[in-house]
Design a protein around this ligand. Structure first.
Ligand SMILES: NC(=O)c1ccc[n+]([C@@H]2O[C@H](COP(=O)([O-])OP(=O)(O)OC[C@H]3O[C@@H](n4cnc5c(N)ncnc54)[C@H](OP(=O)(O)O)[C@@H]3O)[C@@H](O)[C@H]2O)c1
Length: 279
């Protein structure tokens, strides 16, 4: 049973909305599993009040937070320092408070690659067809290149966004931007297909491309975890492809945040189990 005392450290998540977040469940379970005297609570922070909320972290000695939509970019100017990944992305999902000094990190992209490794998928030297050039597309593309992907082809509905992202990334590796209409043309050269768009969250969403042409040799990843198996993953599985959903990314971005805050090895299995029970 959770036992809160005067010594209990407080962590949390800033979001707007935040009610849907699974992080309080996951992080509290992790603290409990390791016997760490800490709790993790949701904070609904209206973007207009973000400056005040960040001052509150210092004022109340809240030890760390995660940051979610729509605050990941907006929080950057309020922090004392940010690491290289967060600086490149211009977005922070984890803040650590050390005696009032707030440091920002972004664990989304590396959490994504960790989740592939956990499934036995090594990205080194691989050609990745990445669909989407939004916040998570950017984080995932950057991490893929940093972790040794051979080539990243970014396809996006708004081609200009894919082009702008590929320009930003080109000093980190081999990147190309294409329009969504050209996805089927490059499919045969891809080892991995990754969906980082929100398409697939609703059952009525039209497909991003003709999923029937997915070859069985490819690994198909969707960073969505609700629904647990999107239409893209369902068809890819039928075609014989290995599929991975967004649950692992959620768990591993949280695991990395936990490591940043506590310096301890996160209980990944516990974190995954509580989320699975919830979904
Ligand atoms: N598993 C995890 O831990 C995790 C973490 C973060 C996010 N996610 C999921 O990732 C998804 C994207 O989040 P985000 O924060 O990156 O969003 P975002 O910054 O708003 O980007 C949305 C992306 O989706 C594309 N898109 C939206 N509607 C589309 C449509 N009808 N057809 C084609 N493309 C469309 C956008 O293309 P345009 O540029 O053309 O608008 C853009 O590339 C969400 O489903 C979210 O739940 C999962």
């Amino acid at each position: 049973m959770l036992r809160i005392t005067g010594k209990t450290d407080v962590y949390g998540i800033f979001g707007f909305p935040v009610k849907h977040s699974l992080s309080p469940l996951m992080q509290t379970a992790a603290f409990e599993a390791l016997g760490i005297d800490a709790v993790y609570v949701p904070f609904e922070v209206n973007p207009d009040n973000l400056g005040g909320a960040v001052s509150g972290l210092r004022a109340m000695n809240i030890k760390g937070i995660n940051v979610t939509v729509p605050l990941k970019e907006k929080i950057v100017p309020f922090l004392d320092r940010i690491d290289e990944v967060a600086a490149f992305l211009g977005a922070v999902n984890t803040v650590k408070n050390e005696n009032g000094v707030l440091s920002g990190y972004n664990t989304d992209g590396d959490g994504f690659v960790d989740s592939l490794e956990e499934e036995g998928v090594d990205v080194r030297g691989k050609t990745v067809l990445l669909i989407g050039a939004g916040g998570s597309g950017k984080a995932v593309a950057f991490a893929l290149l940093n972790r040794g992907a051979g080539r990243v082809i970014i396809a996006n509905r708004t081609l200009d966004r894919a082009v702008a992202l590929s320009e930003k990334l080109k000093s980190y590796g081999d990147v190309e931007a294409i329009s969504l209409e050209d996805v089927e043309r490059v499919l045969s050269s891809a080892d991995l297909i990754v969906n980082t768009t929100s398409v697939g969250m609703r059952e009525t969403d039209p497909p991003l491309f003709d999923y029937e042409v997915i070859p069985p040799s490819v690994v198909v990843v969707d960073i969505i975890y609700k629904p647990f198996k999107t239409e893209l993953l369902k068809v890819a599985e039928e075609k014989g492809a290995k599929i991975i959903n967004g649950l692992g990314m959620l768990v591993h971005q949280g695991a990395r945040a936990f490591r940043i805050w506590t310096g301890k090895e996160p209980p990944v299995d516990v974190m995954k189990r509580v989320i699975l029970e919830q979904l």
